[in-house]
Design a protein around this ligand. Structure first.
Ligand SMILES: Nc1ncnc2c1ncn2[C@@H]1O[C@H](COP(=O)(O)OP(=O)(O)OP(=O)(O)O)[C@@H](O)[C@H]1O
Length: 205
């Protein structure tokens, strides 16, 4: 389980945050909230881009607070720019993996058989998101942070990506947090959705 236990944080001049959250393996927790409510800040704390000013973040009872971002058991999928355009699909999949991995196999798992040698610059936005997902598979980190990953995709492509992400989170028992402005993302993916307001999370009814 991923646990945020009384995690406190404040930027100068913003509402202080107090985060309590549990995410089970294989679960996707949706985070809704107005622009500026602190959704990205929550992801930044888990990813290690910001440090809690109080409280702790645990994965399966082990604190991850002392780990630098690159050492955290975390993968992140943003809205766009998740891949290096000048590298091939296979090269992008291999980034961040210590050992040689079978990029073709990972690409096949996300529906991109035969795309290994193609430069990402020549792929569609949806295909680029699939390449990024294949890299997430290759790294196979237990925490997956999803920051509006479907927002730049058209309706059908977004639906296919949602299905794929849901399947992979369950299959690989990742602990996923999904930030979005779109109710459709939560309806399709989230086991539970929390509302972030006034610096705190509460269950969205
Ligand atoms: N590095 C920073 N220094 C100071 N204030 C910051 C910093 N980063 C974000 N903020 C402020 O913290 C608040 C929360 O920002 P955050 O990006 O987490 O919100 P968000 O809910 O993700 O917004 P959006 O939905 O627009 O992406 C905002 O008021 C923002 O201006």
């Amino acid at each position: 389980m991923l646990t945020l236990n009384n995690v406190q944080f404040a930027y100068p001049k913003t509402t202080p945050y107090l985060f309590n959250l549990n995410v089970e393996a294989g679960e996707i927790i949706g985070i809704a909230g107005k622009s500026g409510s602190g959704k990205s800040t929550l992801l930044d704390l888990v990813a290690g881009f910001q440090s809690p000013q109080g409280g702790e973040i645990f994965l399966d009872s082990q604190s991850i607070d002392g780990l630098a971002p690159e050492a955290r058991p975390v993968s992140i999928l943003f809205q766009k720019d998740n891949v290096f355009a000048h590298l091939t699909a296979a090269e992008n999949v291999q980034l961040g993996s210590a050992e040689d991995i079978d990029a073709a196999e990972k690409l096949a798992e996300v529906g991109l058989t035969g795309f290994e040698g193609q430069k990402c610059a020549s792929l569609s936005g949806g295909q680029q998101q699939r390449v990024a997902l294949a890299r997430t598979l290759a790294r196979n980190q237990p925490i997956l942070l999803l920051d509006e990953p479907f927002s730049a995709l058209d309706g059908d492509t977004a639906n296919q990506m949602r299905d794929l992400v849901k399947q992979l989170v369950i299959k690989n028992k990742w602990h996923a947090i999904l930030v979005s402005h779109h109710r459709a993302d939560f309806d399709a993916l989230a086991n539970r959705t929390m509302q972030l307001e006034n610096g705190q999370l509460s269950e969205l009814s």
